[in-house]
Design a protein around this ligand. Structure first.
Ligand code: C2E
Ligand code: MG
Ligand code: MG
Length: 617
């Protein structure tokens, strides 16, 4: 084939032609020159081709080598003579890659200007060879192409070594965060899971419990040894657990490790893996003559690869790891979408609490506090609600703990106090004939510690014109028990002002009446669980139930200590009857009224002789 008149000039003929500088054009300075027009070359041209340090071959339109230089023979480890007539594409492996193969054939047909690619070849002596192959066209009248091959093995090896360093952790020699994310991203690319496999992905995100203590007490050297030993055990687990393929084990930083299971088969596989990881870590470590026991917490996520992103997967794993820690450490926990939704809501609520106060999204409802003897409304408890634009009306249990955590309870509490006092004063003005009702406002511990509650109360009373005797503040037992200093001084100052202090949810905490009596407290609000206890016993036995005996003793003692008693959660008239017999002073609960809007309370106050139950909507 190579001898036909249409074929390209064989290498042997090249020396008879002349190449002048102007005839060699270099495309943008990159790649070998394109030989455009070859004039008859002087004998020296052949020697240029033969002696050139760049490995080259002339290839005809059929793809066969018509001439190759010594550099190419040397590079490929072949006899120069055997190259002539060889299939050029086979010499430099252009057939194994579809794109390169297609481009090469286009070049041979004269339909493409240039081709450049990198190939990994196997040298006859056994070692691998990385080459950069460049294919450039020869003049149209000759046809064919000039193939040049540059040995880039050293460069490539250096590159690979650098990449290895960049992608691995020097302490444990495990893949690092960068490599982990690269693999995770690849695994989540549609092509990789759609072509084959299960279409699922799993992740164990592991963190050692108390690693900081090891570092702090035994030093970083022992810390590093521990990490290395942990890495070895994790790697062994990964190998043992391999069903579809060995999971990638990576150190994400500090004492955090991750195992990536591509093509996972389901949650069970991940549960088994997590279990084996915990087992492996549990066995004591012998490090420089020291025996160390550690444990780990693991967040486990397993899901369809479609529709998830590396960030989403890592976020889920991170949250789940946090749960494993919060649930007591030394355990693995599965990602729970419901628990996560709750967390997301919590976050969404926490982040909008403060602005919501200014936007006026909070409102107060009031629940009557009714005298057990006269069935009259003596006061009302202010209960805050959040009319959230997205989540609807929220009860305080959903957001008060958040507000306490981030401190927004201070401005929120101030708003509640001001609104409740203003309202109480308004009712008093509206109904000047009857005895005025008091308002009972819940106060969180943090309000006592983080704000000047005494000054706030004094300011608000002055501003609203409400008499201090018409304000009651409810604090929980835990807020006042065992504390000294600030809370006690605050209570004293408020009490001196004439404000009443009530202990909310009494009976759920310390229940130390003797201690409470020494504080300026005047009201006990018995926790709803006592009254609920009555209800259960009600149905089962006629005899005086244990709860009732306790409550009776508590009420008697409280009275002797000068405290009045309010029962919470009074839902039935049977409960009310018993509470009355026991000597309870006031009742609060659905029997009398649910928490209602201020307008409902106004109506109630306008009704002569307010009776139990009339407040129910
Ligand atoms: P709490 O102070 O013990 O308030 C009584 C809670 O019991 C209210 O729940 C009330 O709706 C509910 N309740 C009343 N009667 C009955 C009944 O007969 N049966 C039953 N099962 N429940 C009854 P709510 O409004 O959800 O408030 C929950 C808690 O949130 C309050 O418990 C209080 O600790 C806190 N809270 C409410 N408003 C505020 C506030 O403005 N500031 C602070 N710091 N905490 C507040
Ligand atoms: Mg309360
Ligand atoms: Mg209560």
């Amino acid at each position: 084939m190579s001898g036909t008149s249409e074929g390209p000039a064989p290498a042997a003929e090249l020396d008879r032609r002349v190449v002048t500088e102007s005839e060699i054009i270099t495309s943008a300075g990159a790649g070998p020159p394109v030989v455009r027009a070859l004039a008859p070359s002087p004998p020296s041209y052949r020697s240029v081709f033969t002696a050139a340090p760049l490995a080259m071959a002339v290839v005809d339109r059929e793809g066969l080598v018509t001439g190759a230089n010594a550099a190419l023979a040397g590079l490929l480890g072949r006899d120069q003579d055997t190259l002539t007539g060889a299939v050029a594409a086979d010499l430099v492996d252009l057939t194994s890659d579809t794109r390169a193969w297609h481009a090469y054939r286009e070049m041979l047909r004269g339909r493409r200007a240039r081709l450049r690619c990198t190939r990994r070849l196997k040298h006859p002596e056994g070692h691998a060879l990385w080459v950069r192959v460049t294919v450039a066209p020869l003049p149209a009248d000759d046809g064919g192409v000039l193939l040049s091959v540059a040995d880039i093995s050293d460069h490539r090896e250096l590159q690979e070594r650098l990449r290895h360093v960049r992608m691995h952790d020097p302490v444990t020699r495990l893949p690092n965060r960068a490599l982990f994310f690269e693999r995770l991203t690849e695994a989540l690319e549609a092509e990789s899971y759609e072509e084959s496999g299960t279409g699922r992905i799993g992740l164990c995100y592991l963190d050692l419990d108390g690693f900081k203590a090891v570092n702090d007490t035994l030093g970083h050297r022992v810390g590093d040894q521990l990490l290395t030993a942990v890495a070895e055990r994790l790697t062994r687990c990964a190998k043992d657990a391999a069903r579809t393929g060995t999971p990638l084990v990576a150190r994400l930083g500090g004492d955090e490790f991750a195992l990536l299971v591509e093509d996972s088969t389901g949650t069970e596989q991940l549960a088994d893996l997590a279990e084996s990881l915990l087992d492996a870590i549990q066995a004591p470590f012998d490090l420089s003559g020291r025996r160390l026991s550690v444990s780990a917490s693991i967040g486990v996520v397993e899901r369809h690869a479609a529709g998830t992103t590396p960030t989403a997967l890592m976020q889920a794993a991170d949250t789940t790891l946090y749960w494993a820690k919060a649930d007591g450490k030394a355990r693995w926990t599965f990602f729970d979408p419901e628990r996560n939704a709750h967390r997301v809501t919590r976050q969404a609520l926490a982040s909008t609490l403060r602005p919501a106060i200014d936007r006026g999204e909070f409102a107060l409802e009031y629940q009557p506090l009714v005298g057990m003897e006269d069935d009259r409304v003596h006061g009302v408890e202010a209960l805050v609600r959040w009319h959230h634009p997205r989540f609807g009306t929220l009860t305080p249990n959903r957001f008060i703990p958040l507000a306490e955590e981030d401190g927004s309870i201070v401005p929120l509490g101030r708003w509640v106090l001001r609104t409740a006092c203003r309202q109480a004063r308004a009712w008093q003005v509206e109904h000047p004939d009857g005895p005025p009702i008091f308002v009972s406002v819940n106060v969180a511990v943090r309000q006592v510690w983080d704000s000047d509650l005494v000054a706030d109360v004094a300011d608000i009373l002055r501003e609203t014109g409400l008499a201090p005797e018409l304000l009651q503040l409810e604090l929980t037992e835990s807020a006042v028990m065992g504390s000294s200093g600030r809370p006690i001084q605050t209570l004293k100052a408020l009490s001196d002002m004439g404000v009443r202090i009530a202990i909310d949810d009494f009976g759920t905490g310390y229940s130390n009446l003797a201690y409470l009596s020494r504080l300026p407290v005047s009201v006990l609000k018995l926790d709803g669980s006592f009254v609920r206890g009555f209800q259960i016993e009600d149905r089962t036995a006629k005899a005086s139930p244990a709860d009732e005996v306790i409550v009776e003793a508590m009420v008697q003692l409280a009275h002797r200590l000068g405290l009045t008693v309010t029962a919470e959660c009074v839902e039935t008239s049977a409960q009310a009857t018993r509470l009355r017999r026991i000597g309870c002073d006031t009742g609060q609960g659905w029997l009398y009224s649910r928490p209602v809007s201020p307008d409902r309370i106004s109506e109630l106050l306008g009704t002569p002789g307010v009776q139990a139950g009339v407040g129910n909507p």
